[in-house]
Design a protein around this ligand. Structure first.
Ligand code: SF4
Length: 387
């Protein structure tokens, strides 16, 4: 899609101006420098989970791995994240409720000044009592996954009957306990038709944050179809419009080209003399991407640029999070837009966007390759095709 191809949205110069403006934000969350620290660390505290979700990155299994990081090792990586200046720490899984020490881990993170979140699976382990323990430990936000607007579709996807009802029940408990609620939804080809219905549902749940994931074909998700470039544009339009009217944050994950879309929309508004839109880019001006504002630690301590980019850069039992994040050659490369190839490498939005590095790797085998699910045609590429 060339500039202007999606309606009367002006010249390429407008896009360049907006892209420069977005670039000029430079650093991320409250001045956080992504060269020094990630915005968030996600720790897959266990791979054990009673659900069997069709898209599971981790291909989670029943039963805890004896090689999982211990409580003391969990404390250490929390300490290391805090020491390098990371503000957000998420204890994920698998199902983090499979770890009895989850409240201790949350409490430890709070004592280190981190904003702590977790993502319990909707299984019988998810009870009001367990949520009350997390509340007492100081958890800042709890996320539940909801992928379809009906119990039959959601439970079929998650592999366990009753999961949909459990999420709704848990949202009610969280409200009673005054825990801010986040809903995570992963869109792929199978549930793309449900985007409007899901938006309706989440608006009725009293949430503070809707994290909308877009399938990266890795783990069990390899067997699933993701969205086409056109479907992404369609989703961006709907989610952008939603973000302008709801009070909760609408955050898109593994859709870095939403940054390009929002810059384009701002151009349209400015040229039409409209007031700027509500900020839609979340906490950070540059797109968080694998290895850029983000770090993932698996249940055995292996460290990755992202949970969706399965390239191990080291292990927390042998190296510090800080050294791996700041110095590993892959991480340095992932933060360098000059390393991008294909159309992302010549794109005027490559600094604010850079495309999903995880999807590029999943689809091309090259973490620096083109984001194939982006409809935008960079000016340089357009020139080439015209010549
Ligand atoms: S071509 Fe790549 S860098 Fe440009 S907008 Fe699309 S995904 Fe982003």
């Amino acid at each position: 899609m060339r500039p202007g191809a999606n309606g009367p949205i002006g010249s390429a110069d407008d896009f360049h101006r907006e892209a420069r403006q977005a670039r000029s934000h430079g650093a991320g969350f409250k001045g956080l420098d992504f060269a020094k620290a990630p915005l968030l660390v996600i720790w897959e505290s266990t791979r054990s989970c009673a659900l069997a979700c069709k898209h599971c990155r981790a291909a989670a299994l029943m039963g805890r791995d004896p090689e999982e990081l211990t409580t003391a090792e969990g404390f250490r990586i929390i300490d290391e994240a805090a020491a390098m200046g990371t503000p957000l720490f998420i204890v994920s899984g698998g199902d983090p409720l499979q770890r009895p020490d989850l409240p201790e881990l949350i409490r430890h993170g709070k004592e280190r000044g981190l904003r702590m979140g977790t993502i319990p699976a909707a299984t019988p382990r998810l009870t009001r009592e367990r949520l009350a323990e997390l509340k007492a430990a100081g958890v800042d936000q709890v996320a539940f996954s909801l992928d379809a607007p009906s119990a039959a579709a959601h439970d079929g996807f998650r592999g366990v009957d009753g999961s949909f009802a459990k999420v709704l029940e848990a949202v009610g408990w969280a409200h009673e306990l005054d825990i801010p609620v986040q809903i995570n939804t992963c869109f792929a080809a199978w549930n793309f038709k449900d985007l409007d219905a899901m938006a309706e549902i989440v608006q009725g749940l009293g949430i503070v944050f809707w994290e909308v994931f877009f399938l990266v074909p890795t783990g069990r998700g390899k067997a699933m179809d993701g969205l086409s470039a056109e479907q992404f544009e369609h989703a961006f339009a709907k989610l952008y419009a939603l973000s302008q009217k709801v009070k909760f944050v609408v955050k898109l994950t593994e859709a870095q080209h939403y940054r390009r879309y929002t810059v384009q929309q701002e151009t349209l508004r400015r040229r039409a003399g409209a007031a700027p839109a509500r900020p839609t880019m979340g906490a950070s001006a540059p797109a968080v991407n694998a290895g850029k504002g983000f770090l993932f630690v698996d249940h055995r301590g292996d460290v990755y640029p992202s949970g969706f980019l399965p390239m191990v850069i080291g292990n927390v039992r042998k190296a510090t999070l800080q050294s791996l994040y700041r110095e590993h050659p892959l991480m340095l490369g992932l933060r360098d837009p000059a390393r991008l190839t294909g159309k992302c490498g010549v794109c005027e939005f490559r600094v604010v966007c850079s495309g999903s590095r995880a999807r590029a790797y999943a689809m091309t085998g090259d973490p620096f390759g083109a984001e194939e699910a982006c409809a935008y045609e960079p000016v340089a590429e357009a020139g080439k095709s015209v010549a």
